[in-house]
Ligand binder design. Structure first.
Ligand code: ZN
Ligand code: ZN
Length: 154
């Protein structure tokens, strides 16, 4: 694990943010929305406490996406380069940071997968990880797996 704080940002460099402490978990999301927004087979999500996230610079544009459940998820993008940076989920107190925007992602190893029902046929899921066919209704197993991974060397 790195020494916190760590930083990340968008491609053009206008938006910079800081994580003051470790995320609660890092996992892959294979939902169709993440495929569309990332342009890839899945996106990497880092769940962080609101209080551990600090926006350092840059102007952010927001897009309000209504999920199938009816919940509104606020998506945050750099106003200049439009890089996707983090989501504000309906549940208060957390942000879901796109882990690939961290300056260093070597330590941000996903411990699980969600929405595997909509994954690409060729995407291989490690059965040893914490996997959900849809939404992680209870994220605690993802939190526990992250704690186990990040404490195994200490
Ligand atoms: Zn930018
Ligand atoms: Zn997703």
């Amino acid at each position: 694990m790195p020494d916190f704080p760590v930083e990340g940002g968008c491609q053009c460099g206008a938006v910079r943010y800081r994580l003051k402490a470790s995320p609660l978990s890092v996992y892959n999301c294979h939902c169709k929305d993440c495929q569309r927004f990332s342009g890839a087979g899945w996106s990497m999500s880092a769940i962080v406490r609101d209080g551990d996230f600090e926006l350092l610079s840059g102007k952010v544009d927001q897009y309000r996406r209504t999920a199938d459940s009816g919940n509104v998820i606020v998506m945050n993008f750099c106003a200049n380069c439009h890089g996707w940076l983090w989501n504000d989920p309906p549940a208060a107190g957390f942000k879901v940071v796109r882990a690939g925007t961290l300056d260093d992602i070597d330590w941000a190893e996903p411990v699980g997968n969600i929405w595997t029902d909509s994954k690409a046929a060729w995407a291989k899921i490690d059965p040893a990880l914490v996997n959900f066919p849809g939404q992680a209704v209870d994220r605690q197993p993802l939190f526990d797996a992250w704690t186990a991974l990040t404490h195994k060397d200490t």
